[in-house]
Design a protein around this ligand. Sequence first.
Ligand code: NAD
Length: 514
Amino acid sequence: MASYPTTHAKIETVVDTPWFIDNAFKPSETTEFIALHDPATNNLVTRVPQSTDAEMRAAVDSAQRAFPAWWATSVLHRQQLMFRLVALIRENWDRLAANITLEQGKTLADAKGDVLRGLQVAEAACGAPELLKGEVLEVAKDMETRTYKEPLGVVAAICPFNFPAMIPLWSLPVATIAGNTMILKPSERDPGAAMIIAELCQKAGFPDGVVNVIHGAKQTVNFILDEPRIKAVSFVGSNQAGEYVFARGSANGKRVQANLGAKNHAAVLPDCNKNNFIKSVVGAAFGAAGQRCMALSTVVFVGGTKDWLPELVDNAKTLQVNGGFEADADLGPVISPQSKARIEELIASAEDEGAKIVLDGRGFKPANEDYAKGNWVGPTIITEVTPKMRCYREEIFGPVLLCLNVATLDEAIDLINDNEYGNGVAIFTSSGPTAESFRRKIEAGQVGINVPIPVPLPMFSFTGNKRSVAGGGATTFYGRPGISFYTQQKTVTAKWAESDAISTRAEVAMPTQQ
Ligand code: NAD
């Protein structure tokens, strides 16, 4: 018998989520809890504490205490611990995925992908001995300059609900292998995977205090932003929260990186492989019930490709919407009743503003009565959309695909570039020169050529732009830029010259080392 959930059955004895400090799980002293419901049933899964001020301060005390010794360990030692964490995540892959399916709602296969994409960041972080190397140059006779990448101290990560394993793992391995200690604040809507990751850090041998987990919503975020001992904050989530986090954290002198919302387009050209286009867009629009920041939520049909719409709709109709543990499920529910209501309201607004609903997922319910109270929205396709409509201007974050028609690729590029978001974009074409021209002219920061969700693997970095990031995206998550975010450079210039002993005059002019 697996020691983790394998169904959406009601949990008889609900256990409150603990917090994590000094490598131990503790019950919170709080009186304020956030109820976490299984999105497929709305059964209570756990209660997530709003960590008390004393608990949050204690977590920072712990991380601060752990920092000097952690930094003093050799990078090879930290690498060994990371190797162990990687192995443990692999061993606990099914357990992590099951927790994600229960708390977040996505299908088990999709949840496994969530874990793997985070695991890959941890694997890449094992390259730290190479990534943390500085530079050295003999800048003048008897003189050299060298750089060191030193950790910042205590850093924090604030995570969204939609990738409960991947996004904590965008930060934790990179921050800790660089010698920082970390305060992790998972989403209050599904912290279970982060709690398992914390347990695995402890099992891997991370010393006490290197990773601590606190919980809650805005109060916890404000604590992190105002606590002077926290030097850097990685945030992933909505524009509403992230722009605030960036402003307040930056005003308090912290490094802040913030990845925000999106509206990702697919431009489809008549010369593309139609089968690849249809399968790719249906998968990337409706997978994870559209709750991915890189979901392809908008198709721009160029020229005659608009005639392919019926085939696209037929394909979307074949998707099975069901509880994430069900073997046939292609997509599960959305995260909450509020989210379902918001998505349905945006679909209605499209209709009111003159668009046409050609596939309507409102009111969908799986056949199984156990799921009668879940947050279901079936795949929805809306055509005759214009850029002025609310459904186009706002991120829907649900299984809803918008369709627009244009006559030429240049029109498609102008339309896409006019959108304020710049997370991802895809072009479907069999022409290399067309794809190359699109790549140059398009503004979005992550471009897929016949690839629907071009989330870069961790040897690269996540490079959304425009309103999909705060602060102009000056620092990006994971890869070499991730290491740069979590380290500060120290530059040392040294001279060892025998002539120093015999020089007779002080040099008062600015040294130029010529
Ligand atoms: P969210 O903004 O509601 O929550 C994210 C985090 O911010 C949570 O930890 C939450 O506790 C906190 N928070 C929420 N409201 C807050 C407020 N008013 N003040 C301060 N903190 C607040 O986001 P979500 O709904 O959990 O996640 C979905 C969003 O995240 C979507 O917009 C999606 O596009 C975005 N996202 C972006 C990326 C990316 O890399 N660009 C990746 C994943 C998700």
